[in-house]
Structure formats: structure tokens, C-alpha cells
Design a protein around this ligand. Structure first.
Ligand code: PLP
Length: 367
């Protein structure tokens, strides 16, 4: 990837503000992936010194018993340095910046990508500028400022923040970490698939049959597919697991497109801010992967999300933010379609401490 080049020119020529992106690039490696190593597009020596990834895979015994699924696992990315899965992408973008001597990175975010890039930027010594809707949860905004990033508050939604940031990076030439637009945001996220397969291997638990992924813009799910595609190519897995895009009913662009074939922009409305997008920016890419590999989608309402959040907290001891709870809620909803002996992994992408307002209400406290 050259700095400053993002989308494929011809494919993206008709892209419009506030719409899913066509022409999102995919990292391609020469030769076959090697067993046992994770191919990444930046050499290891450029990675900043901060411990990203290698998060635990939980065996939630009480939750398993309650739901009747002995093969249920929780991939706990609440433990990332900034408290969310986004660190997997941020660390790769920071490594790329270091490789190319780039001193500033800008991005738009609903909150977690911003706090993540600010966190990694602090460790790497890179200037970070973030465009964040005013409505972003307070903890995520405080994180951004604590880590020392520049915060531009947008009087509007995430979609407006995204387009404002694209304008800024186009005009200034600053490196963009906008999700989907920068292909490294997809590539960095594939590491989770490797960790899932390797952890199950160490536990002699075989291979994952189902993976539930909380989905907004569709970058995490695309990254998860990238990882499993590599693992298929090396023969480390024999078949692609069924990947489920778990979306909020009030922000379900990818789920709708999977059944109708087209993306329509609709104002989003859900308590799960991290997966609340009007237009899924990586929609076309994610949809292509879902179709190619027989992926599925499930949508859940805010009440189901809050129930699942309480379920993970009170039965597993894992307090997650609403977006992640949506993935668990998705599994709870469709579990009747899944065999009791199958291996199911639910990706829990963000810490519950990042957005306590609704969680507080669920336990009868005003926060
Ligand atoms: C960003 C985010 C998601 C959704 O990822 P997309 O790539 O937008 O689909 C899910 N959970 C958390 C905690 C996130 O921060």
C-alpha cells in the first residue's frame, strides 16, 4: 500500500458521501500463507511497543449450562489496551505510519476507533486527530483526551464525522485510519481468527463451527473472514465456520442487504453506539464475503441486547458494552438452529465500562 492511496480508482468513482464504499482494497500476499505464522503487511519491527491481541478465549461454564451449549466460547477483546477490538487495526496502521515516517493519523469514529487510535498513538509517539460525534459516550471521549489526541467534536452523527474526516485527510494528505477506507483496518483484525483457532487447538477442542460478530460498518467481520481464509489456505482449518453478522434492529444495513441484495441508507437508532451506522461503510466488501462463504445475519432489539449484557455479566463475569452484547444476543436468538455439540465462539469486542448509561439503567441506577 502506498501512503495516500486508499480505494480502487475506477470502482470508487461513483462513491457518494454518506454511502457504503465501493472499491475497498484487500491486502494480497505473494505466495501461499505459511502455517503457524500470521502474514501482515508491515514488518514486526515497526510495531509500537504495546500489547495488542492474544486475548483470552473464555469457557463460560455457567453460561454454557444455562444455554445448553457445552461448546460455547467467549473471545474476550475487552482486554485490549484501550478496551476494544479496534486496537488490532490501530496497531497495524501505527506500524505502517512508522514504516513510512508518517507523523499524523486522522480518523472518524463512533468512539472506540478514536480511543483506540489515540491509545496506540500515545505509545507510538504519533499525533492523532479524531472526528467524533458529540453524542459519543463520555468514557470514550475522555479516553481520547487522556491519551493526548486532538478531539474535533462533530455536531452530527458518525456518518457526518466520516465525511468531514475524509475531507480533512484528502486536503492535508494526513494518513487516514477511517474504517474500511484504509485496508489495513480490515487486515489488522484478522489476527483474532488465528487466535481463536490456535486457542481451540491448545484446548483440544477442534475447530469453530460458528462465530458471532457484532457488526456495524462490517470491517471486523471482513477481517475475521480474511483470517479464516488464510487458515483455510494453509489447511489449518478444513472448512469455513458459519460467520454470523449480529446487528441491532435499528442499524441493520448489512443484514438487510444480505436478504435483498441492495444497500439502502436508513437513519440508525440503537443503544449499541459502536454498531450504529446509517450506511455500513464496508458493506459491499462484507456482503461479498458473507455471500461467498455462506455467512448469515441476525438482528436483535435493544431489549435483547440489554438482557444479553446482563447475562454475560451475571453468568460469566464478563461485562461488555452493548455492541458486544448484541453478538451474544444474536447467538441466544438463533441457538435453536445450531447443534448442541457444535463449537460456537462469540466475539466480545468492547468493555462494558466504556458506556455505562444503559447498563446502569438495567440494574436500576441512574448514571
Ligand atoms: C467498531 C466496533 C464494532 C463493529 O465493527 P464494524 O467493523 O463497524 O462492523 C463492534 N464492537 C465494538 C466494540 C466496536 O468498537
Amino acid at each position: 500500500m502506498e501512503p495516500g492511496r486508499y480505494l480502487c480508482g475506477p470502482c470508487s468513482s461513483h462513491n457518494a458521501p454518506g454511502k457504503p464504499l465501493d472499491g475497498v482494497l484487500e491486502c494480497v500476499f505473494e505466495g501461499r500463507p505459511e502455517r503457524g505464522s500470521i502474514p501482515l503487511p508491515v514488518e514486526h519491527r515497526f510495531f509500537p511497543h504495546i500489547p495488542v491481541g492474544h486475548t483470552p478465549l473464555w469457557e463460560p461454564v455457567r453460561l454454557r449450562a444455562e444455554l445448553g451449549f457445552p461448546g460455547l466460547f467467549l473471545k474476550d477483546d475487552t482486554r485490549e489496551p484501550s478496551g476494544s477490538f479496534k486496537d488490532r487495526a490501530s496497531v497495524l496502521v501505527a506500524a505502517f505510519a512508522r514504516e513510512h515516517g508518517i507523523g499524523e493519523i486522522a480518523l472518524a469514529s463512533t468512539g472506540n476507533a478514536a480511543s483506540s487510535m489515540a491509545c496506540i498513538g500515545a505509545a507510538a509517539g504519533i499525533k492523532i486527530k479524531v472526528f467524533l460525534p458529540k453524542s459519543a459516550p463520555i468514557a470514550k471521549r475522555i479516553q481520547v483526551l487522556q491519551y493526548g489526541a486532538e478531539l474535533v467534536e462533530i455536531d452530527g452523527n458518525y456518518d457526518l464525522a466520516f465525511d468531514t474526516c475524509v475531507e480533512y485527510t484528502t486536503q492535508t494528505g494526513v494518513l487516514s485510519r477511517n474504517t474500511a477506507l484504509n485496508p489495513l483496518t480490515i487486515e489488522g483484525k484478522k489476527t483474532a481468527s488465528y487466535e481463536i483457532v490456535h486457542a481451540l487447538d491448545r484446548m483440544s477442542q477442534g475447530r469453530p463451527d460458528h462465530v458471532f460478530v457484532p457488526t456495524g460498518d462490517g470491517v471486523i467481520i471482513a477481517g475475521i473472514y480474511r483470517g479464516f481464509e488464510d487458515l483455510l489456505a494453509t489447511g489449518e482449518i478444513a472448512a469455513m465456520p458459519t460467520i454470523w453478522a449480529a446487528q441491532a434492529e435499528g442499524s441493520s444495513g448489512i443484514a438487510r442487504a444480505l436478504s435483498t441484495g441492495v444497500f439502502e441508507t436508513r437513519p440508525s437508532s440503537t443503544i449499541a453506539d459502536s454498531i450504529s451506522v446509517d450506511a455500513p461503510r464496508n458493506g459491499p466488501f462484507a456482503l461479498a464475503k458473507l455471500k461467498k462463504h455462506g455467512g448469515r445475519a441476525v438482528t436483535v432489539g435493544d431489549a435483547e441486547i440489554l438482557e444479553a449484557q446482563l447475562l454475560a455479566s451475571s453468568r460469566a463475569g464478563l461485562f461488555v458494552e452493548p455492541s458486544s452484547a448484541a453478538a451474544l444476543a444474536g447467538f441466544v436468538k438463533v441457538r435453536g438452529e445450531i447443534g448442541r455439540d457444535e463449537k460456537v465462539v462469540v466475539l466480545l469486542t468492547g468493555s462494558g465500562l466504556k458506556d455505562i448509561r444503559n447498563a446502569a439503567r438495567a440494574v436500576g441506577v441512574e448514571a
